[in-house]
Write a protein that binds this ligand. Sequence first.
Ligand SMILES: [Zn+2]
Length: 312
Amino acid sequence: MIIDAHCDALMKMYRNRRLDFQTPSVELDVNYPLMKTGGIKIQFLAIYLPEEIRTPGIEHVLEYVDILYQRILSNPEICLIQSRSDLNGVMNSSRKGVILTLEGVEGLQANLGHLRILHRLGLRSVGLTWNFANWSADGIMEARGGGLTARGRMLIKESNHLNLMLDVSHLSVKGFWDLMEYPDLSVFASHSNAKSVCEHPRNLTDDQIKQLINQQGMIGLTFVPWFVHKSDPVSISDLLRHLDHVCALGGEDYVGFGSDFDGIDRYITGLEDAGMYTNLANELCKRYSLSQVHKFLSRNWNRFLERSLPVS
Ligand SMILES: [Zn+2]
């Protein structure tokens, strides 16, 4: 059983209105048939407005929400997880679960009312930025490396009030440490690896990893090949070096996976779509105990979600 903390299937479905989540196709890395093949129980689905949208607005965000309801949740076997009771319901049934997340708050246009409405529609996690700066904070690729803005801090306060999880993947280093000043937040990195294993700005330093562990957050290791290893091709073994490293920092109970499927066009060999999660599970079983494998694939995320989601 697998919980995966990041994919961009909604973006592909936004770009291509004909893509069907429910039937087999080669165009989506994650869809319902592949979730079944790969044993994926819960998939986080990100609202990420691509750069071709010149002036991102709430209307674009709402289109993503509509795609979720019309084209994914139209399947009665897929449940939108909004609470701990939804989570337990999915875990104790044959159904699949999805969690709606926001990657970059551009579309909210600094309007906290929009955040509250999205929360009512089922949004449960917010990542302030993608790679660049917006009204709330700087992203990791923004050269000036700024942290949270005043309006960003207001957003954090409101997110905290709404019990939203805060995703630090893509956030600037300064923004990361600004966020850590709020002790009550449920913080996690949905799709980032360890910088000391693979030097890339999108990866986390050891201090950041230790901080997330200290705050009982989570690190979702990602399959983006150039965040895993500088060579080509990249193997599952290369990915597991990041897992070993996070565990060596004390993160055995705070690490899982966030594939970034449908957000990438190059792949780790043997991890070309969600159906191939079984290859990762097999490799894990060769190196770790069964109880550790369960932790990495689902139990750690499950525990984090149990603690972070509202009761009902
Ligand atoms: Zn991303």
